[in-house]
Design a protein around this ligand. Structure first.
Ligand code: ADP
Ligand code: MG
Length: 356
């Protein structure tokens, strides 16, 4: 089958199957297509109202949870009042379903970029057993303790957190060095996120393992937002679609998309799906499009995220752009074919919707 035919087939399959034929955990595209006509209806058998929205993780929430964990009485509530006006911590899980599409690369670059924008960021490596976020950040030699030791009372959270020497506002928390993912539970994940929230982090990114089994379920347990990473390939998109359904079924409705390893030359020749095609198939708002870039490998080997390079490559610019969008600083999307277009021009385009 030609590429164009496969693309058309992939786009049409869910529509052909019809709305009644799927469960929440299979495919979501059809619901996406259906929901365009009738937004905010019950989706894929999981009514939106069935699950409560996840609580925002302000410090107030956190202290209540820690008090519970410590077996404190409800009388302690008074102590919570003072934190009422504190900012909420954003807990964002970076996930994909398929492995090798760029979750860890995205976690490292978004985390570093947002730390450089002046925010306190913690990166949680929840890819237990296959952790490599420490490598991408060049922090592998400094992993002494992990979250497992914190949970077992062998060390304090401050001891397990590895502060990046380049940007002190960035910290890494590996969950485990060599244990099985089955050692971590949803409750322990929630407790960890609560402790991190109490440490004053503004952004907590959770680098999720591939797959949709227990590792995935644990990794998303503490999150209230998600970034789905996919490449413009049918296999990755199908997995991303499935993950989007699972996120929704688990009460995570704030979901954004990063399309990674985009090649403008292949899109031009109609050998690769365009970013718009991918976004439409998934029906998830686009946060960023990251081009294929050999510098990614160089930066991984050096343990230095792309966004730290003095002369940014296109992928570095695209990650910075996405990071700014996460913190709400920039609304326009970078044009991968003409990244150097002036800010003024892009802003104009954003407001008028016109492209020259
Ligand atoms: P995941 O965490 O989803 O398994 P990784 O971030 O580890 O994925 O990336 C998988 C591989 O793809 C790595 O070898 C990485 O160097 C490569 N890669 C990721 N993004 C890009 C990109 N934009 N351009 C080139 N190579 C990339
Ligand atoms: Mg990874």
């Amino acid at each position: 089958m030609s590429f164009a035919a496969r693309r058309a087939a992939a786009a049409s399959v869910p529509v052909v199957r019809g709305a009644g034929a799927r469960e929440a955990t299979t495919t979501r595209s059809s619901r996406v297509f259906a929901s365009r006509a009738a937004p905010h209806r019950s989706r894929g058998g999981v009514a939106l109202g069935e699950r409560a929205e996840r609580p925002a993780r302000g410090r107030k929430y956190l202290r209540a949870a820690s008090a519970d964990a410590a077996g404190a009485s409800a009388d302690d509530d008074d102590a919570l009042g003072e934190a009422d006006d504190e900012a909420e911590t954003r807990v964002i899980v970076i996930t994909s379903g398929k492995g090798g599409v760029g979750k860890t690369t995205t976690s490292a670059n978004l985390g570093m970029s947002i730390a450089r924008l002046g925010h306190k960021v913690c990166l949680v490596d929840a890819d237990i057993g296959l952790r490599n976020l420490d490598l991408l950040l060049g922090l592998e030699n400094r992993v002494m303790y992990t979250a497992m030791e914190v949970l077992e009372g062998e060390c304090r959270m401050e001891q397990a957190l590895i502060r990046d020497k380049r940007w002190r506002s960035l910290a890494l928390l590996p969950i485990s060095k060599n244990r099985q993912k089955y050692n971590v539970t949803k409750d322990s994940m929630n407790l960890l996120i609560d402790i991190l929230t109490d440490q004053g982090f503004e952004y907590i990114f959770i680098d999720c393992p591939a797959g949709i089994d227990v590792g995935f379920i644990n990794a998303i347990a503490g999150a209230n937002e998600s970034i789905i990473v996919t490449t413009p390939e049918i296999t990755a998109i199908r997995d991303a679609d499935r993950v989007a359904g699972l996120l929704e079924a688990n009460g995570i409705y704030d979901v954004k998309l990063i399309v990674n390893r985009v090649r403008a030359d292949m899109i031009k020749k109609n050998d690769m799906m365009s970013v718009e095609d991918v976004q439409e198939m998934l029906g998830v708002p686009l946060l960023g499009a990251i081009p294929e870039d050999t510098e990614v490998i160089v930066s991984t080997n050096r343990g230095e995220p792309l966004v730290l390079k003095k002369k940014l490559t296109l992928a570095g610019i695209a990650y910075e752009n996405a990071a700014r969008r996460v913190v709400g600083k920039q609304d326009f999307m970078i044009d991968l074919e003409r990244p150097k277009k002036s800010l003024l021009q892009r802003t104009k385009e954003f407001f008028t919707g016109a492209k020259e």
